[in-house]
Design a protein around this ligand. Structure first.
Ligand SMILES: O=C(CO)COP(=O)(O)O
Length: 270
C-alpha cells in the first residue's frame, strides 16, 4: 500500500516542532513570525507538507492570536494534557482548554513526561483517549532507551508501549492517530538513528496498528521519527516509505533551520 518516494506521499507529511520548555510568550511570537516569513518567502505549499509547533502552555493564547490574525497555515498544539476533563488537578491542563485555543494536536507520552514525571502507559492511554474526547489529534510518543537498544529488544519494547497506549481506541481513531518514534538515546544527544532504524520501527508500528485495528487504520495513521533531527539529516529520514514526518526538538527553536527541515524536498532533489 505504501508506495511513497521522495516525490509522492500516501499521507501528508507532518513536520512538528516541539519547543519543550523554551520560549516565553514574547519570544514565541518572534519565532513563529520568523518561521512564517521564511516559509512564505520560500513559497511553501502547506497543503503538501503540514507544519505544526508545540509551544509551552503559556504561549498558546499568543500563538492563537497570531495564527488567526495573520491567517497563518501553521497548526499548533500543547505538549501534554490531563487525562481528566476538569476539577481538582492543580497544575494540569484540560484538553478542553487546548481545544478552546484551537489547538489541532497534542503531544502525549513524550519520553520526558515518562521519565521526569513518571507517566505510566495507563496514564498515557487515558490521555490519548482524553485527546480524542476533546477533538484533538494525539501525537503519541514511543521509543526505547539505550540499554534496550543495546540488548536488541527495541522493536518488542516499543510495540509493547504502543499496544498499551492505544488500547481501547476505535479503528477510526487509530486511522487519525500520529505516532512519533523517539528513541530516547537519540533525543538531544546529537545521536541520530539512521534512516534505516527509523524505517524499521515505523514499519513495525504500522504493521502493529494494522494487526490491532485493520488495514485502513494502518494506512491512515501517520508515523514520525524524532531525535536530533536537523536539516542535514531530515531528507534521508523522510525518504523512507513508512516515515510520514519528523518531531523536532532543538532544531525547531531556530526558524531558518526548522524551515529548512520543512523544505526537505528541496534538499532531496539537490
Ligand atoms: O524530543 C524530541 C522531540 O520531541 C527530540 O528532541 P531533539 O530534536 O532536541 O533531539
Amino acid at each position: 500500500m505504501t508506495t511513497s518516494t521522495n516525490g509522492t506521499f500516501d499521507r501528508t507529511p507532518l513536520i512538528a516542532g516541539n519547543w519543550k520548555m523554551n520560549m516565553d510568550h514574547v519570544q514565541a511570537i518572534t519565532l513563529l513570525q520568523k518561521l512564517a516569513w521564511t516559509l512564505d518567502d520560500a513559497k511553501h505549499d502547506f497543503g503538501r507538507v503540514e507544519v505544526a509547533v508545540f509551544p509551552p502552555f503559556t504561549d498558546l493564547r499568543g500563538v492563537q492570536t497570531l495564527v488567526a490574525g495573520d491567517d497563518l497555515p501553521i497548526a499548533y498544539g500543547g505538549q501534554d494534557l490531563s487525562q481528566f476533563d476538569s476539577g481538582a488537578y492543580t497544575g494540569d491542563i484540560s484538553g478542553a482548554f487546548l481545544a478552546k485555543l484551537a489547538c489541532k494536536y497534542v503531544l502525549v507520552g513524550h519520553s520526558e513526561r515518562r521519565t521526569i514525571h513518571g507517566e505510566s502507559d495507563d496514564v498515557i492511554n487515558a490521555k490519548v483517549k482524553a485527546a480524542f474526547t476533546h477533538g484533538l489529534v494525539p501525537i503519541l510518543c514511543v521509543g526505547e532507551g539505550l540499554e534496550i537498544r543495546q540488548a536488541g529488544t527495541h522493536v518488542e519494547h516499543t510495540l509493547a508501549q504502543l499496544r498499551a497506549d492505544v488500547a481501547g481506541l476505535t479503528a477510526e481513531q487509530a486511522a487519525q492517530l500520529v505516532v512519533a518514534y523517539e528513541p530516547v538515546w537519540a533525543i538531544g544527544t546529537g545521536e541520530v538513528a539512521g534512516p534505516g532504524d527509523a524505517q524499521e520501527m515505523c514499519a513495525a508500528i504500522r504493521a502493529e496498528v494494522g494487526t490491532i485495528f485493520g488495514d485502513e487504520s494502518a494506512a491512515g495513521a501517520r508515523l514520525l521519527y524524532g531525535g536530533s533531527v536537523k536539516a542535514a539529516s531530515a531528507a534521508a529520514i523522510l525518504g523512507e516509505k513508512d516515515v510520514d514526518g519528523v518531531l523536532v526538538g532543538g532544531a525547531s527553536l531556530d526558524a531558518a533551520e526548522f524551515a529548512s527541515i520543512v523544505r526537505f524536498e528541496s534538499h532531496a532533489a539537490a
